[in-house]
Design a protein around this ligand. Structure first.
Ligand code: JHZ
Length: 396
C-alpha cells in the first residue's frame, strides 16, 4: 500500500526552462501536484502522480552530466574499476546522457541508450552505438538480437526516472548475460532524509531508492545485491551491484547487510519516520524563508548558483521569486537566458564578475558545494557569503 507522507504543492516540469516568463497554470496541465508516498510492503518511495516520459525527456532536454568536474571524475574512476573487476566484452549504459561515462570505454564494446535525441546525437557523433529510445522490452529484444547478451549493464540516475519498474527489470533480465552484472547508481533515500533534501523530489524522480526497496524489488526477477558502495555524488548516492541469484561465482559481501542494517536502524521500515521527515521539510522551508527575508530587509542582493532541477522544487515549494532572488547563474548552454521553471527568475551565463562581496549566493547546486567552493575561493576570501538549505538552512 502506497501511503502519502509529503506534499510539495504544485510544481512545474523541473527541466523545462522557458525562453520567456509566463505564469503557469494547473488547468492547462503546466503545474502538477507533487506528492510522495511510501509503499509499506516494498519500502519503495515514489511520486503519487506521474507525468508521461515523453513530456519530460525529449529532444530539448537541457541537463548535461559533463557540466561538473565531480561527475566527470567519478565516471572516470568507475570506468577504471569496471574494466579491472569485470572486463566486459559488451557494456550497456541505460541513460548515457552526453557520454560522460562511455567516453572512457572502447567504442566497439559499448551500447548506449538515451531517449533525449539531442544528447544521443552527441555520443552517436563520437562513434558510439547509441539508441535514442526509451529503455523497454522491445528495445532490449532488439539489442539482444544484434549483440547477444551483455556482460555489464550500468545506469546512473535513470532507472528512478522510469515509471514501469517491472518492464525495466524484465528488459534487463532479457539482455544480461548468465554471469553478468547490473550496476545502478542513484541518490540514497537515507541521505535525503538525513539532510532534509526534499528537493530530490521533482517530477522526473519518480522513485528515490533505498537499499531496502532495491532488495525487495529485484527479488521477483531472481536478482540480488552483492555489493553496495556509498558515494558523495548528487547529495549522497548508493551504487548497487546486482547479480543473478543463481550466479555463485560472485559472493555477496558484507556491505549489503551493513547498508540494510543502517537503514533499518534509522527507521526506513516505518511510516512514522517518513511522517517525521515531512515535518522537517516544513521547518526547512520556514527557516530558509526567514534567512532570505533578513537578507532582503538589509537591502542585499541574492543570486542563485546552479539552475538545478532541485532548485526548481525549492523555489516552487517555498514560493521564491525574483523579488527575492535576482537571477541564477549556470554553465549549461541550454539553460542560459531562460527562466527557472515556474518562476520569473532569469538564468545568466556564469561570470565571476557577477559575484561581489555584498551579494549572497544561494547554492542551487548544493551537491557540488566542494567543487564550487574551490572554484570561488577568491569570492569567499573577500568575505563573500553563500546560503544553503542543506542539511539545514544557513549562511556560510
Ligand atoms: P545537478 C539533474 O538534476 C536532472 P539537477 C536529473 N533528473 C538527475 O537525476 C540529476 O541531474 C542527476 C550547474 N553548475 O547535477 C550545472 C554550474 O553552473 O545538481 C547544472 O545545471 N557551475 C537527470 O539539475 C547544475 O549546476 C558549477 O560549477 O538537480 C547542477 O545540476 C557546477 C558544479 C554546476 O542536477
Amino acid at each position: 500500500m502506497n501511503k502519502k507522507f509529503l506534499d510539495l504543492g504544485y510544481q512545474p516540469l523541473a527541466n523545462r526552462y522557458l525562453k520567456s516568463y509566463k505564469k503557469l497554470s494547473v488547468k492547462k496541465n503546466e503545474l502538477y501536484k507533487l506528492t510522495v508516498g511510501f509503499n509499506t510492503k516494498t519500502k519503495l518511495v515514489s511520486l503519487i502522480k506521474r507525468i508521461p516520459d515523453k513530456k519530460m525527456f525529449d529532444s530539448s532536454y537541457p541537463y548535461k552530466s559533463s557540466m561538473s568536474k565531480t561527475m566527470v571524475n567519478s565516471f572516470k574512476k568507475l570506468s577504471i574499476k569496471i574494466k579491472k573487476k569485470f572486463n566486459p566484452k559488451r557494456f550497456l549504459e541505460i541513460g548515457s546522457n552526453d557520454g560522460a561515462l562511455i567516453k572512457n570505454f572502447d567504442k566497439n564494446k559499448v551500447v548506449s541508450v538515451e531517449p533525449c535525441s539531442n544528447l544521443a546525437k552527441i555520443t552517436k557523433k563520437k562513434g558510439y552505438q547509441t539508441y535514442d529510445n526509451y529503455w523497454n522490452l522491445s528495445l532490449a529484444k532488439k539489442i539482444k538480437k544484434k549483440f547477444n547478451s551483455v556482460d555489464v549493464i550500468y545506469s546512473a540516475n535513470t532507472l528512478t526516472h522510469i515509471n514501469d519498474l517491472d518492464d525495466v527489470f524484465k528488459s534487463i533480465n532479457h539482455v544480461l548475460a548468465k554471469n553478468g552484472v547490473l550496476i545502478i547508481e542513484d541518490p540514497s533515500f537515507l541521505e535525503c532524509i538525513k539532510k532534509t533534501s526534499y528537493d530530490q523530489f521533482y517530477n522526473e524522480h519518480i522513485y528515490v531508492f533505498s537499499a531496502l526497496a532495491v532488495k525487495n524489488i529485484i527479488k521477483k526477477y531472481k536478482l540480488e545485491l552483492f555489493n553496495i558502495e556509498t558515494l558523495n555524488t548528487h547529495g549522497g548516492s548508493l551504487r548497487y551491484y546486482i547479480k543473478r541469484t543463481k550466479n555463485t561465482i560472485i559472493r555477496v559481501n558484507s556491505s549489503v547487510n551493513r547498508q540494510l542494517s543502517k537503514e533499518i536502524k534509522f527507521g526506513l521500515n516505518n511510516f512514522a519516520t517518513y511522517k517525521q521527515f515531512s515535518k522537517q521539510v516544513l521547518l526547512s522551508k520556514e527557516k530558509l524563508l526567514n534567512i532570505l527575508k533578513k537578507i532582503k530587509d538589509n537591502n542585499n542582493k541574492i543570486i542563485g548558483y546552479g539552475a538545478t532541477a532541485k532548485a526548481s522544487t525549492v523555489l516552487n515549494y517555498c514560493n521564491i521569486d525574483s523579488d527575492i532572488i535576482d537571477y541564477f547563474v549556470d554553465t549549461t548552454p541550454d539553460k542560459i537566458n531562460r527562466y527557472m521553471p515556474g518562476k520569473n527568475i532569469k538564468i545568466l551565463p556564469y561570470n565571476k564578475k557577477l559575484m561581489n562581496k555584498d551579494t549572497f549566493i544561494f547554492l542551487g547546486a548544493w551537491n557540488f558545494k566542494k567543487e564550487i567552493f574551490k572554484k570561488e575561493r577568491a569570492f569567499i576570501r573577500k568575505g563573500g557569503k553563500f546560503i544553503t538549505h542543506i542539511p539545514k538552512p544557513k549562511i556560510i
